[in-house]
Design a binder for this molecule. Sequence first.
Ligand SMILES: Cc1ncc(COP(=O)(O)O)c(C=O)c1O
Length: 445
Amino acid sequence: MSAATPVLAPNDLESYWMPFTANRAFKKRPRMVQGAKDMHYIRADGTKVLDATAGLWCCNAGHGRQPIVEAIQAQAAELDYAPNFQFAHPKVFALAAKVAAMAPADLDHVFFCGSGSEAVDSALKIALAYWNVTGKGQKTRLIGRERGYHGVGFGGISVGGIVNSRKFFGTLLAGVDHLPTTYNRAEQAYTKGEPDFGAHLADELERIVTLHDASTVAAVIVEPMAGSTGVLPPPKGYLQKLRAICDKHGILLIFDEVISGFGRLGFGFAAERYGVVPDMICFAKGVTSGAVPMGGVIVRKPIFDAFMKGDDHVIELFHGYTYSGHPLAAAAGLATLELYKEEGLFERAKALEGVWADAIFDKIKGLPNVVDIRTLGLVAAVDLTPIEGKVSLRGYQAMEHAFHEEDMMVRYTGDTIALTPPLVISESQIGEIADKLARTINAVA
Ligand SMILES: Cc1ncc(COP(=O)(O)O)c(C=O)c1O
C-alpha cells in the first residue's frame, strides 16, 4: 500500500472489538442506546427501551438516579483519583464500613477492586495466602462448580464451569476440581423459588475432599444462585450442607455474590436469605448500581486478623489494583447504598417476588418451545428448545426481536432468556415485561 492510499474503514463501528458479542451480526444491525432514565434506555431517536436486565444485572437502583449522578459529579470535581497503595481518601473507608455493616456475622473487612472478575481472583488469592500465613501452605486446591460463572480472569474461568469460557484458554489453573451443577430439569422444571430436589448434590463435596484429602483443599467457591449460566436457584438446604462440609474439613467457603448481592434476591446478600455465613463474599455490580466500575471481597475477621502479624511497616498482602477504592466508585457506592436504604429497594424486591414469579409463569408457561421457567427474587429465566443444529440461535433471535420490535432489553445465554430488572420496577412494568416476552417467544417460534 502506498502512503497516498486512503485507509477506508468499512464503517465507523469497525474498530471496537465488542466483548461477549457476535460482532459481525451486531454491526449489521446495531442495538445502540444513547441515554437512560429510571427503567428505560433511550435510543438516539428518543424512543425508549424497557430495561429488563438492569444493564448487566447491575443497575439495581434504575438509571440516571440523581443522588448517584450528583455524587459522581461532585467527587470528580473534588478528587479525581487517589492511590490506595500506602495512601487513601476518606470515602473509601466510609464505604467499607457500610458494606461490612450490611454483611452478616463477622464478615467485617472489605478489600476493593474494579470488577467482579477481580473480586473473584482477589478472593481466591486471599484464600491461598490465608493458608500460607497460618502455616498450612499445602492447602492449595480450589473447588468450583459446573455451570458456575465467576468472571473472566484466569482464576475465575478455572473455578468456573462454562465450557466456552474455558476451552479456548489453555490449561487454566492447576489443582482445581468442580462440584456437579445443581440443575436437573426432570426433577426441577417450573419451580418458583428454590427447588426441593438437589440438596444431596452438596454431598459430592465429601467425595471430592476424600479424593484430594482435606489437607490439600483451600476453598470452595459458588454463586448462591448461578446467574449468568441461566439462573439456577439453589436447592433447599444445599448451601447449608456445603457450609457444614466445609466446617467439618476446615475449608473456606466463598460466596460469589456479584449478581445476588445488593437486593437482587430481596436481601443485602443471599447469605442472609439462606442464613449461611460464608468466609468471604465477592461483590461488584450493584454496589454502585453499575454507575462506576467497582468490585470487592468481604472477609471474616479471623481471616483478616491472620494477616495482621509481624512488623508494622511490612505490607501484609501483596495484592491490589490501581483502581482499588477509586474515589468516583467510592462516592457512587455511598450514594447508591443510601438510595437503596431510603427507598427500601431490597424490601421492595422481596415484596415483589411473588407478583414477578406469577406474572412470568402466567404469561409464558405453555408458549411454543418453552421447556422450563425459573424465578428467584427479581430474577427469571425461560429455557427455549434450540433450533435443530443451531444452539443459541433462538436465544439470539429472541434478544434481537425484543430490542427492535418490542423495545425491551433482555439477556440470553444459549437458548435461555434471562430477566433481571432494576429493583425500582412497578407492578405494571412487570406485566409489560411478561407481555413483551410472550410476544417475542411467539415471534421466534
Ligand atoms: C457471579 C459473577 N461473578 C463474577 C462476574 C464477573 O464480573 P465482571 O464482569 O464485573 O468482571 C459476574 C458477571 O456477570 C458474575 O455474574
